[in-house]
Design a protein around this ligand. Sequence first.
Ligand SMILES: CC(C)(COP(=O)(O)OP(=O)(O)OC[C@H]1O[C@@H](n2cnc3c(N)ncnc32)[C@H](O)[C@@H]1OP(=O)(O)O)[C@@H](O)C(=O)NCCC(=O)NCCS
Length: 179
Amino acid sequence: MITPDRPSPADTGPAIRELGSGDRRAAVGVINTAAGWYREFLPPEELHTPEMDESGWDAEADRMTWWGAISDQGLIGVTGSEPIGDVVLLRHLYVLPEHQRSGVAGALIRHVEETVPDPTRMIVAGTYTDNYKARGVLEKNGYWPAADSESVLRTYYDIPEDRLVSSIAYVKAVGSRGR
Ligand SMILES: CC(C)(COP(=O)(O)OP(=O)(O)OC[C@H]1O[C@@H](n2cnc3c(N)ncnc32)[C@H](O)[C@@H]1OP(=O)(O)O)[C@@H](O)C(=O)NCCC(=O)NCCS
């Protein structure tokens, strides 16, 4: 069980905190459990099982910050933020199935938005074109399909070609927020 270091008020959703190597196993568990959803719409040859292993999690930790959503039941959602120039990539957004549709992903997205470094112009998120859950949560949080989606994906993502052709990039401009 992971203890939140910054509990949120009960009515504002889960606590969000940065994850470290001690969270690796739980985080990979969340990712691979939530990624079971891909079997619903991806052809078998495009499935990567597991979606992520522990060495993959470490490799991602070298280039981005992992964030976790913590409830009284432990880690229930994860995401990552990766600054590249004046863009931040919102990556690996996963919520355990039994906690979905209760605002956990939205809380993670908002946390990433609130912690982007200056100067960030835009947040970019890539997902499968057929992933209506991810597209729905992105749109609900103010993200829009990029006009030049393939170009955005090729610029910012190091993903295999099979994933690229079945993916779409979403973008959201970052305001000054008075900083
Ligand atoms: C996509 C995902 C992260 C959303 O997490 P979540 O915590 O349920 O999202 P939130 O509760 O913050 O937002 C809910 C919104 O997401 C969309 N959504 C989530 N689950 C959905 C479902 N089963 N059917 C349709 N829309 C869904 C809707 O827009 C929904 O808003 P609504 O409830 O008002 O209709 C979660 O479904 C998940 O982990 N999926 C598996 C992994 C995945 O696809 N990750 C995305 C990788 S890019």
